[in-house]
Design a protein around this ligand. Structure first.
Ligand code: OOG
Ligand code: NI
Length: 334
């Protein structure tokens, strides 16, 4: 029996070649994520497979998300070129000026040439990047100290880091981590976590039978179980067309992460380090497909893509944790 946390795509006989290998590789990435993110695991245990849960045999992944540092060799393209080698295709860009970030997303390959992306079988991938050149000189010099030797970092190396969770640079010292945290939580998170999966987003509209009340009802149930949700800009983040709804938990925190103390003596200092979180997505049918019966509604009939205003608030899932809000919330049923 496959655990409920595994994507359905692993059974998909329709996937061939690179897309099939990509689907199998996701298992490695997600296994590490579930192991390292107890609150995300408990969401699936309580809301899907647990007593009174939605009874979904498997979770559907809407998208995965990764973060990068915008310096030569790293940045969005380091992940993007790896994804493109698996047939993923780059979509539109968005910018987050106050956070000094930009982001894009990649659509999975089609099952047949010229067909729609295989959203039912493979997740979208959201990739963001820190605009390092826009940080203070002090923060820039910290990041460059760790990354300047990586300008020849290849897409294969990036893919290896995504699979293994290995940091491509030495772990940040406690002092450097503190200094970055004061200026950009995203910078501190990414230097400490590298290419590890930042979150998966589960597809709430693909739970069957459909949830009465949609994402808001799903959230209410999560809250009732004791999970802490990201309230930035409101619990449900809605796109301006009201067709893309998103919510997320506050990231788990490693409350006693051992970082090098920085004095060079091999000592360790304890820090609270934000890790991954989990997100939930409801994509509503496009107006021209709204009359389709629920069992005929496929991903192509629903709102696609992302919304910068939603994303801007979702980024706070790790910020809230770093400020002390998080810390393995969601005790329900554990
Ligand atoms: C990504 C935040 C944005 C979405 O789905 O819009 C996002 C991050 O926290 O790195 O996930
Ligand atoms: Ni997301």
């Amino acid at each position: 029996e496959r655990p409920a946390t595994q994507p359905a795509s692993l059974d998909a006989a329709d996937l061939k070649g690179p897309a099939r290998v990509f689907a199998a590789s996701l298992r490695i990435i997600l296994d590490r994520y579930w192991a390292a993110t107890p609150s995300a695991r408990r969401v699936v245990e309580c809301l899907y497979s647990g007593p009174g849960g939605y009874g979904a045999a498997q979770v559907a992944h809407d998208h995965l998300a990764f973060r990068t540092l915008g310096v030569p060799g790293l940045g969005i393209d380091s992940i993007g070129r790896a994804l493109e080698a698996f047939g993923y295709r780059r979509q539109d860009n968005s910018v987050f000026p106050s956070k000094k970030l930009q982001a894009t997303w990649y659509a999975p390959p089609p099952l047949v040439p010229g067909g729609p992306p295989a959203y039912e079988l493979l997740p979208r991938v959201f990739v963001s990047q820190l605009e390092v050149g826009k940080l203070s000189p002090a923060a820039q010099s910290i990041i460059l100290r760790y990354t300047s030797c990586l300008s020849d970092f290849t897409p294969i190396a990036a893919w290896g880091a995504m699979l293994s969770g290995a940091l491509p640079w030495s772990p940040p010292s406690a002092d450097d981590y503190d200094a970055l945290l004061a200026e950009s939580e995203y910078a501190a998170w990414t230097l400490a976590n590298g290419y590890a999966l930042n979150h998966t987003a589960l597809s709430v509209h693909r739970i069957s039978p459909p949830i009465e009340g949609g994402l808001a009802a799903f959230n209410a149930r999560l809250r009732g179980l004791g999970f802490e949700l990201n309230g930035e800009g409101g619990e449900v983040k809605a796109s301006s067309d009201a067709l893309l709804l998103q919510s997320s938990t506050v990231a788990d925190v490693d409350a006693a992460a051992e970082l090098p103390s920085g004095s060079g003596g091999g000592g360790k200092a304890l820090r609270r380090v934000a890790r991954a979180y989990i997100e939930f997505v409801e994509r509503r049918p496009l107006p021209q497909h709204a009359a389709l019966p629920p069992e005929r509604l496929a991903e192509v009939h629903r709102r696609d893509g992302f919304e910068a205003a939603n994303a801007d608030n979702i980024f706070a899932s790790t910020t809230l944790a770093a400020r002390g809000g998080g810390g393995g919330g969601g005790g329900g049923g554990a």
